[in-house]
Design a protein around this ligand. Structure first.
Ligand SMILES: Cc1cc2nc3c(=O)[nH]c(=O)nc-3n(C[C@H](O)[C@H](O)[C@H](O)COP(=O)(O)OP(=O)(O)OC[C@H]3O[C@@H](n4cnc5c(N)ncnc54)[C@H](O)[C@@H]3O)c2cc1C
Length: 446
């Protein structure tokens, strides 16, 4: 069952920041067909980029040759109750995965903000949620089935092909096509979501307590104010409570409808941005809901925007937030979107943005159609002074030299990539440049 309509000659990502003119769309419906197609493309010198939901803001999936989608490969392949794992097709959208796992009495331990992504797309850019006890979604992966440039089907895990496993969990579609993912799952659980208006000053004063005492804590701070929305999620045995019409009104109308209206007003009259931030804070109302985790972690995001997000070492968080606040006040950037703050446990995945350190993630957004470059550049300058690593799927201006200095296994990743795809079947211009792979040289060099 296909979830997207993809056509040759015209492709754009979710935010509209990237466009491409793929010559051919490939939509295999089985692992055998996928392997055959990739092998043929590789032998005939074609270039392949694989796309999930196209929700990345960077030109990861951009191509003028083959755009491959696994939208026809959805759902659970098998489950291993004893090991607590479920194997699913790489194309499976998270909105299909949540209910499919729930039917089996299990769930993903954590999720990000939305459920539109494919599981392979989500892990490939180190997509994360929040909660100091949880790594990014890629840390839930116990095994991967990868179709490499030769059309070979390679399986990897911590025990089998461990180097490929270390590289493949966050690999930007550069090692091959992730046909299937084995996920470590937890018993289905209900969680209680509580949100409330709270000042940035108070949040910073209670930060360690909030992070420690809640399984998931995050908050949104509105520029030009001291106000924001704090979100706390904890496991709960209480009966399902949907928060009533008011919570739905909050999510659909206030978070999306009102945001669209206020953002449209800011786009027309940018000088109103500070006032609109104040109105937004005034509109924050408390929510108290209980439901199964896959129904609580993610929310609809109907308003389109551009986004930059960096991970920084968790201990720098308060300092960085104060610098962001000072910079926005000084530069008077015309922005009405809140700054989103989340916290994630460090991990050992080579290109994970949380590699080797507990991390705070700070994201800035700009309504689609409004100038964002000065704002993002001003904030990015702060992130880079604090060892920031950019989210692979979100806007940034880092280059190979910067990234090499911030990822201890940068060269290991490049080596594994070159071994698996010496001809660069899975590269595009953006990735060649980002990973400093010379266009004229055999890609296996170095
Ligand atoms: C509204 C919105 C909300 C978001 N919320 C969050 C959030 O809460 N947390 C967060 O961390 N990020 C978030 N993101 C970013 C998003 O999760 C990532 O960009 C993610 O990679 C998108 O998944 P996708 O399926 O759309 O993949 P795409 O953007 O289509 O692709 C991403 C990468 O994965 C590769 N890929 C896709 N499928 C495969 C495959 N089968 N095999 C190999 N490689 C593959 C692609 O080649 C590409 O390099 C958000 C983005 C948007 C637009």
């Amino acid at each position: 069952m296909s979830t997207t309509t993809l056509r040759p000659g015209r492709w754009s990502n979710w935010s509209g920041s990237v466009r491409g003119k793929p010559r051919e769309i490939a939509m295999p419906a089985s692992i055998d067909e996928l392997a055959r197609q990739v092998g043929e493309f590789g032998r005939s010198g074609r270039r392949v980029r694989v796309v999930g939901a196209g929700h990345s803001f960077t030109p990861l999936a951009q191509t003028d040759d083959v755009l491959m989608s696994l939208d026809n490969m959805q759902g659970v392949i098998s489950a291993d109750e004893a090991r607590g794992t479920v194997t699913v097709f790489g194309g499976t959208r998270l909105y299909n995965l949540g209910p499919a796992l729930h039917e089996r009495g299990v769930a993903q331990e954590n999720l990000g903000d939305i459920n539109q992504q494919s599981i392979a797309g989500a892990i490939s850019t180190s997509t994360h949620g929040t909660g100091v006890g949880f790594g990014s979604i890629a840390t839930q992966v116990a095994g991967i089935t990868l179709v490499t440039a030769s059309g070979e089907v390679v399986t990897c895990s911590a025990e089998e092909n461990p180097e490929i496993f270390n590289a493949a969990r966050v690999s930007l579609g550069m090692l091959g096509v992730i046909a299937a993912v084995t996920l470590r799952v937890v018993p289905a659980k209900k969680v209680n979501l509580k949100t409330r208006r709270e000042s940035l000053t108070s949040i910073l004063a209670h930060l360690e307590e909030y992070k420690r005492n809640n399984t998931h804590f995050e908050f949104f701070w509105f520029p030009y104010t001291d106000g924001g929305q704090a979100k706390f999620v904890n496991e709960s045995d209480a009966p399902v409570k949907q928060g009533g019409a008011w919570a739905n009104f909050n999510k659909i109308v206030l978070e999306n409808g009102a945001l669209a209206l206020l953002s449209g007003t800011t786009r027309l009259m940018p000088f109103l941005a500070p006032a609109i931030c104040k109105i937004s804070v005034a509109g924050i109302t408390p929510i108290d809901e209980v439901n199964y985790s896959h129904l609580i972690y993610t929310t609809p995001r109907a308003v389109r925007f551009q986004e930059m997000e960096y991970s920084i070492p968790a201990e720098h968080f308060a300092t960085v937030m104060q610098e962001i606040r000072d910079t926005i006040n000084r530069e008077r950037y015309k922005v009405n979107f809140p700054v989103e703050c989340r916290f994630v446990k460090g991990d050992d995945i080579w290109l994970s943005t949380a590699y080797g350190r507990d991390s705070a993630y700070i994201a800035v957004h700009m309504y689609r159609g409004m100038p964002y470059k000065d704002y993002f550049a001003g904030i990015e300058e702060i992130f880079t002074r604090y060892d920031g690593r950019p989210h692979w799927g979100k806007i940034h201006t880092r280059d190979a030299a910067y990234l090499a200095a911030h990822y201890p296994h940068w060269d290991d990743f490049r080596r594994v990539r070159a071994q698996l795809d010496p001809q660069g079947v899975f590269l595009n211009d953006y990735l060649r440049q980002l990973f400093a792979v010379p266009a004229s040289m055999p890609v296996s060099a170095k």
